[in-house]
Design a protein around this ligand. Structure first.
Ligand SMILES: Nc1nc2c(ncn2[C@@H]2O[C@H](COP(=O)(O)OP(=O)(O)OP(=O)(O)O)[C@@H](O)[C@H]2O)c(=O)[nH]1
Ligand SMILES: [Mg+2]
Length: 210
């Protein structure tokens, strides 16, 4: 089994927790609430004979939690930058705030290569009124990110996202032949409790849900 550390960032309400919920549980979130601090998910998958375990930190998008994000960016193998196609500010903030911020604070769990970065255009069940698909593709090409579309409501693009993650992460690993020794699977949860997180259960604290 190979474990990878994953971090997910982007503006408040871009749909990060909803995407992860769909990815891990295969269904849409019934009640949504803004993440406080961070939430943690474990996702197990398989590519040929290799079991892949993703340990995923879902970082709160609200700016008051920004100072916490660097610790989740440390030694990541995979990063998701998420924007909401119905909200141009979420795309602009990726360009002006999130990308410089992660470049400054991210270190790689791979010793010799950079982390794999996906630019996720979410809410593709809604119309592309602001031409953010074209802009997303251009940004991904410029920054050398993988570009992918998702809807955490209809489930569009979720299964293919997992396929792409598995394929590309294995390709990355093939270069150095094994995961970095720098990477240690996380045991301490963000709220200070020790132990393994139950699979599929986010452990972040949440604001009161509707
Ligand atoms: N139409 C549509 N709505 C979505 C989609 N994904 C998320 N939403 C909605 O967008 C809102 C915010 O979703 P969250 O997953 O909580 O967003 P987040 O990025 O985790 O937000 P923070 O935790 O505050 O950073 C909720 O009302 C979701 O139901 C999507 O693909 N399509
Ligand atoms: Mg959230």
């Amino acid at each position: 089994m190979i474990s990878y550390k994953v971090a997910v960032v982007g503006n408040y309400s871009a749909g990060k927790s909803s995407i992860l919920n769909y990815l891990v549980k295969g269904e849409k979130l019934t009640t949504s609430c803004s993440t406080i601090g961070a939430a943690f998910f474990v996702l197990r998958s398989q590519k040929k004979d290799t079991i892949i375990k993703y340990e995923i930190w879902d970082c709160a998008g609200q700016s008051r939690f920004r100072s916490l994000v660097p610790m989740y960016l440390r030694n990541v193998h995979l990063l998701f930058l998420v924007y909401d196609r119905s909200n141009p500010e979420s795309f602009r903030d990726l360009e002006t705030t999130w990308i410089p911020f992660v470049r400054q604070n991210m270190t790689s769990g791979f010793t010799t290569i950079d982390p794999l970065i996906f630019l996720l255009e979410n809410k593709v069940d809604l119309p592309d009124n602001y031409n953010l698909t074209e802009q997303g593709i251009a940004l991904a090409a410029k920054e050398d990110f993988a570009y992918h579309q998702t809807s955490a409501i209809s489930g569009q693009g979720i299964a293919t996202l997992l396929e792409k993650m598995n394929n590309r992460i294995i390709d990355k690993v093939d270069l150095p032949k094994k995961p970095s020794k720098v990477f240690q699977p996380l045991r301490v949860l963000h709220d200070g409790r020790d132990g393994e997180q139950e699979e599929g259960k986010p452990c972040g604290q949440y604001l009161r849900c509707n």
